[in-house]
Design a protein around this ligand. Structure first.
Ligand code: GLY
Length: 365
């Protein structure tokens, strides 16, 4: 097992990356929470086998273990689910020394983390990340949120977890589509800051798709290191640095909004969004025309979509949804654009007709 430290103004925390880590959760938490504390495991029903291992390990160390199940999918990130969890904590007599263990992907950690940040004005929570996307991104950095009817993640907090556990063994059973979708974010780390990781992915994409555990553990560690370094330097996304993690996301949120969040999952929208961002950068002369090609080859090798052709989306609908994105700066859209593999830049004031042209080139109508 390897550990990475994330610096936070609210208290630094560790990310544990390795294999077979779930059974050791109790031992790890007993070093952090007072003996006999209440722990609420928050998860979803398809993750039952992991819950069994984790709750047995917590109970063995004397914790009073409770479980709270969220509905599957993005619907769990709602105000009513937030209140349901807070009421469950209250009903079980949770005090400030108790904690939440969020077992799942980004949906679970977003909702559980947000509840942790507001219940009794804040209790601690631990992320046990069970998807590749969560392990390389959402479990790290303390962004928590629910969705409002106008868009995703519009209400939330920065509330860092007390610990992140990323067990590469749990990724072996990930369905193909989910694995590929997460690999879009992995490719993102290569483009924004690590040319060696990008080359590693180009060389090892077949092994990764075969779910070779050692190779996957390596990429989880590499991406976690990058994310940890970025959020340690710019925890609250005020210095322009954390924003680089949003490479491809302005376009992706537009695609997701225009499609009504149907037909493609977030990681697929991010892959298409990265292609649009790279094409925009090449069109503006910010990067060489070779960069979008190289990125496209890798995304296609990871079995990801690279255009919106088959999704039947209108360019104006994508643009309208992009304008609702909370990552706007003084009302203007802000794009993370690649200069070269491993280096990106933040650009705003890009004329909308230019953006529209890129959407049309990528198959929007
Ligand atoms: N997922 C982007 C961030 O954590 O800032």
């Amino acid at each position: 097992m390897k550990t990475i430290t994330v610096k936070s103004l609210k208290g630094s925390y560790k990310i544990c990356v390795g294999r077979g880590l779930l059974a050791g959760a109790g031992a790890r938490l007993s070093a952090m929470f007072p003996a006999g504390s209440r722990i609420m495991i928050v998860s979803q029903k398809n993750l039952a086998p992991y819950l069994k291992t984790i709750s047995a390990s917590l109970a063995k160390k004397g914790f009073k273990v409770h479980a709270h199940m969220l509905p599957d999918g993005e619907v769990a990130k709602s105000g009513s689910e937030l209140f349901r969890l807070c009421h469950a904590l209250l009903a079980q007599g949770f005090e400030r020394k108790g904690g939440i263990v969020a077992v799942g992907g980004g949906v679970v950690s977003d909702l559980a983390g947000f509840a942790a940040s507001v219940y009794l004005r804040g209790i601690r929570y631990v992320n046990v990340a069970t998807t590749l996307l969560a392990q390389v991104d959402s479990a790290i950095g303390g962004k928590t949120a629910i969705d409002l009817k106008d868009g995703k993640n519009l209400m939330g907090s920065f509330w860092p977890p007390a610990l992140v556990i990323s067990d590469a063994d749990v990724l072996r059973s990930l369905p193909q589509r989910e694995l590929s979708a997460s690999l879009g974010e992995v490719v993102k780390y290569g483009v924004i800051s690590d040319p060696a990781l990008f080359r590693f992915l180009e060389k090892n994409n077949k092994k990764i798709l075969r779910r070779d555990a050692a190779t996957i553990e390596k990429i989880v560690f590499a991406c976690s290191q990058i994310k940890a370094a970025v959020v340690s330097r710019d925890e609250f996304e005020t210095k322009g640095e954390r924003a680089i993690l949003n490479y491809g996301h302005t376009f992706a949120h537009g695609i997701e909004g225009a499609s009504g969040y149907k037909g493609l999952v977030h990681g697929e929208a991010v892959a298409i969004g990265m292609m649009m961002a790279a094409q925009l950068a090449a069109d503006l002369g910010i990067c060489s025309p070779e960069l979008p090609w190289r990125q496209m080859k890798l995304l296609v090798a990871m079995k990801l979509p690279v255009s919106v052709k088959k999704f039947n989306l209108k360019a104006d609908a994508i643009l309208k949804a992009m304008m609702k994105d909370k990552k706007k700066d003084q009302g203007a859209l802000r794009f993370v654009l690649p200069r070269r593999i491993g280096k990106v830049t933040l650009e705003k004031n890009i004329p909308l007709p230019r953006v529209r042209k890129i959407l049309c080139l990528a198959g929007a109508k």
